[in-house]
Design a protein around this ligand. Structure first.
Ligand code: PRP
Ligand code: HPA
Ligand code: MG
Length: 165
């Protein structure tokens, strides 16, 4: 897979707003979440904001790596698993948080560990949508989402190529 043509850049400000919007939506479910499991590394950032908004103080991680070089996904490596007390009853009452779902492979893998958990992320591409219970914004499969922690300021080509702004 090469890097998709379309770009969806997300600023810190927009990310914070979208994470708050996700927290509002989760609050509206009236579910009592006893813990957050965030999928590292991308899930760490929304997990911090959601834990603050929903006052969830028990936070665990599941550490998986699959995109080894930029947009190319390889096999899934589990670097650290979830605490047994959270997986014991299938993850009932656990909120799983990630920044995005793309092919859905990461969420599907974590769902095998926590089948009864609620899965939430900010951004979703169509292939990943069925693996997620709550998300904020859908973008097309041929779009790459650029997160603020990966970005710097550079010149942007106009969308219609062949002229300079
Ligand atoms: O739906 P999928 O196709 O599985 O892709 C989604 C996953 O890919 C990214 O993580 P990545 O594996 O790149 O690791 P990172 O969070 O450490 O950047 C993103 O943060 C999701 O966790
Ligand atoms: O669109 C994306 N953006 C950033 N990281 C990702 N990992 C999978 N898809 C994406
Ligand atoms: Mg990730």
């Amino acid at each position: 897979m090469s890097l998709p043509d379309k770009a969806f850049p997300v600023s810190w400000d927009q990310f914070h707003r979208d994470a708050r919007a996700l927290a509002w939506r989760l609050a509206g479910l009236n579910s009592e979440f006893k813990a957050i499991v965030c999928i590292t590394r991308g899930g760490l950032v929304p997990a911090a904001i959601i834990s603050r908004e929903l006052n969830i103080r028990l936070i665990d991680t599941v550490c998986v790596a699959s995109y080894h070089d930029y947009a190319n996904q390889g096999e899934m490596n589990l670097l650290k698993s979830i605490a047994p007390e959270l997986t014991a009853d299938g993850g009932e009452g656990v909120l799983v948080v990630d920044d995005l779902t793309d092919t859905g492979k990461t969420a599907a893998e974590v769902r095998t560990m926590l089948p009864k958990a609620h899965f939430a992320c900010l951004y979703a591409k169509p292939k990943g949508v069925p693996t997620i219970d709550t998300f904020i914004t859908e973008v097309s499969q041929d779009t790459w989402i650029y997160f603020p922690w990966d970005m710097g300021f550079t010149y942007q080509e106009p969308i219609a190529k062949g002229h300079r702004g």
